[in-house]
Design a protein around this ligand. Structure first.
Ligand SMILES: Nc1ncnc2c1ncn2[C@@H]1O[C@H](COP(=O)(O)OP(=O)(O)OP(=O)(O)O)[C@@H](O)[C@H]1O
Ligand SMILES: [Mg+2]
Length: 267
């Protein structure tokens, strides 16, 4: 079911075109990631979808009224403690005081915040601020969750917790729109991925569809596998990226030697 239609969105800053006539339809429950180099316009695009930045032209249509939460790339450091801030946000979300307190305690524990919940936000590190921002978005389950690089300052354990939480939300049918630089996180969360390039969105292949090429030496004259092709003195085999670890292990155990490996970007 179509939930958000992005119609011909363009955005100029100081006469420079950042986004150029972007059209995109997002279905309810979809998880979509936007990648691309610094300054290519990911945050601008997410802010336009969240209604925080006005496009130069074009429009964003929400087909039903939805509760959406937006986690910004940079969180404003404030003199409030994290707990006081989250209590206020819970109230804005319409949660009861008891429910908000329970959620703050539970999510604070999940994200290893402990006593940091009672430290003023302005003294928290970038990673801890990001966690508060993510917790705020999770206090009440939204219909659409917009995350602008939610993981760039997080340690590995917190990234794992975050992945679990986001996957839980995805399974509950929450639409997830996210900008991210880390390919493995995009692979873990997104059903669709776009590269933002020259103001346009270019669809990327998903993890499950991507392949890589192995160049192998058959030093012990082993039987060939189906799909292997002669490549000079070696053999060339195109395999699914998701299977590559398993395949390499088997090949090496069977006496094959790996000479080169290309991922999809390099051929
Ligand atoms: N409020 C603004 N006024 C003027 N220029 C802006 C404004 N916001 C963003 N820009 C410019 O628009 C371009 C895109 O910025 P944006 O923050 O959307 O990029 P990004 O893809 O999110 O980058 P990053 O990966 O570094 O977060 C940049 O060149 C930036 O300088
Ligand atoms: Mg950004």
């Amino acid at each position: 079911m179509e939930q958000i239609t992005i119609k011909n969105i363009s955005k100029n800053y100081s006469g420079h075109r950042i986004l150029d006539s972007i059209n995109l339809t997002i279905d309810a429950g979809e998880s979509v990631a936007f990648m691309g180099h610094n300054g290519c316009g990911k945050s601008t695009f997410l802010k336009i979808i969240a209604g925080l930045v006005t496009p130069t032209s074009g429009s964003v249509v929400y087909h039903q009224p939805v509760l959406f939460h937006y986690v910004p790339e940079k969180f404003m450091p404030m003199p409030l403690t994290a707990r006081a801030y989250l209590k206020r946000m819970g109230r804005l979300d319409g949660l009861s005081t008891a429910e908000t307190a329970r959620q703050i305690e539970a999510l604070g524990n999940d994200f290893f915040l402990g006593e940091l919940l009672d430290v003023p936000l302005k003294y928290l590190s970038k990673g801890s601020l990001q966690k508060i921002s993510v917790i705020q978005a999770l206090l009440k389950t939204p219909e659409v969750l917009i995350l602008d690089e939610p993981l760039s300052g997080q340690d590995e354990a917190s990234q794992e917790v975050f992945l679990q939480k986001v996957n839980q939300l995805r399974n509950q049918g929450v639409t997830i729109l996210m900008s991210c630089h880390e390919q493995h996180l995009v692979d873990a969360i997104a059903q669709k991925t776009y590269m933002t390039r020259d103001g346009k969105l270019v669809p990327c292949q998903q993890h499950s569809e991507r392949t890589c090429i192995l160049i192998l030496a058959n030093v012990h004259n082993r039987p060939l596998y189906e799909g292997m092709e002669r490549y000079g003195n070696h053999y060339r085999w195109q395999v699914k990226e998701g299977d590559v670890q398993q395949i390499l292990l088997e090949l090496l155990q069977n006496g094959w030697e790996l000479r080169r490996m290309y991922d999809e970007k390099s051929y």
